[in-house]
Design a protein around this ligand. Structure first.
Ligand SMILES: [Zn+2]
Length: 262
């Protein structure tokens, strides 16, 4: 049990919890922004206090249990309200490794609607994996924090309950790419997902880092699925609300159910 914390940029830490969920702590203008709160039973607040004494503002990328588990330790928590239903289900989850018992959740009614901007950090919606998934841009470090919105290097999970359909995901990706490019994001920016080490579990190349190109490949993959182009589908065994399959196109990988292709 326990956290592993390392410096990612001059003012930014990567915090890994026991299950290798990746949380990020960004110090900016006398505040500390914490992206996601993991699913560890040890105090996250105590871990963070080893590295900063600035007031902490929590930005939840989405409402899944492995991203919200210690949110109750913090006063100031923000999330897209479109994920509140998912959040309520996940704070009462008892499914294998996804066990809410022993975690510390912020009460949903105390979670504030996420803003578009915090200092120079920009919030961009990228619905699909969940209805209210967001990604966060840090222009200072040329970094984008993506939670689970595009996966973490071995496929985005679109097979789970409450994930949107493939056409809805495609639309979300399209809008997000427009916003990213409007903000100057290009291939020199680094993308950081919500789970550490998964880029080495890819089936297309290892490592398969998250990139702007991967998001564009994901759009193409959505198009191929929507137009019923020939794709290889491999059966997999993950938590799902139907029979889950893996499929890929260029650098983009996805777990989905065929019902999601409409
Ligand atoms: Zn998730």
């Amino acid at each position: 049990m326990g956290y592993k914390t390392q410096k990612l940029y001059e003012d930014t830490y990567l915090i890994r919890d026991t299950a290798e969920e990746a949380l990020y702590l960004i110090e900016r203008n006398n505040k500390a922004y914490l992206i996601d709160t993991g699913m560890d039973h040890d105090s996250l607040k105590e871990e963070i206090e080893k590295f900063t004494n600035l007031p902490v503002i929590v930005l939840l990328t989405h409402g899944h249990i492995d991203h919200i588990g210690m949110s109750g330790e913090f006063d100031d928590v923000y999330m897209d309200p479109k994920d509140l239903d998912v959040y309520r289900i996940h704070m009462n989850m008892h499914e294998g490794n996804f066990e809410s018992e022993g975690l510390c959740f912020k009460q949903p009614e105390e979670i504030k609607p996420v803003k578009q901007q915090y200092d120079d950090l920009k919030v961009i919606p990228l619905p699909g994996h969940t209805p209210g998934s967001i990604i966060i841009l840090d222009p200072h470090n040329k970094a984008v924090y993506t939670g689970d919105a595009i996966g973490s290097g071995c496929g985005v999970w679109m097979q789970i309950p409450y994930a949107l359909t493939i056409p809805e995901y495609k639309a979300g990706l399209e809008t997000a790419v427009e916003e990213l490019e409007k903000n100057g994001v290009d291939d020199t920016w680094k993308f950081h997902g919500g789970h550490y080490g998964q880029e080495n579990m890819s089936q297309v190349q290892r490592p398969n880092p998250l990139t702007l190109q991967l998001i564009k490949d994901m759009m193409e993959l959505c198009d191929r699925l929507m137009h019923h182009e020939k794709q290889d589908f491999t059966e997999v065994n993950f938590i799902s609300d139907g029979k889950p399959f893996y499929t890929a196109w260029k650098t983009a990988e996805m777990i989905l159910t065929k019902e999601r292709i409409v």
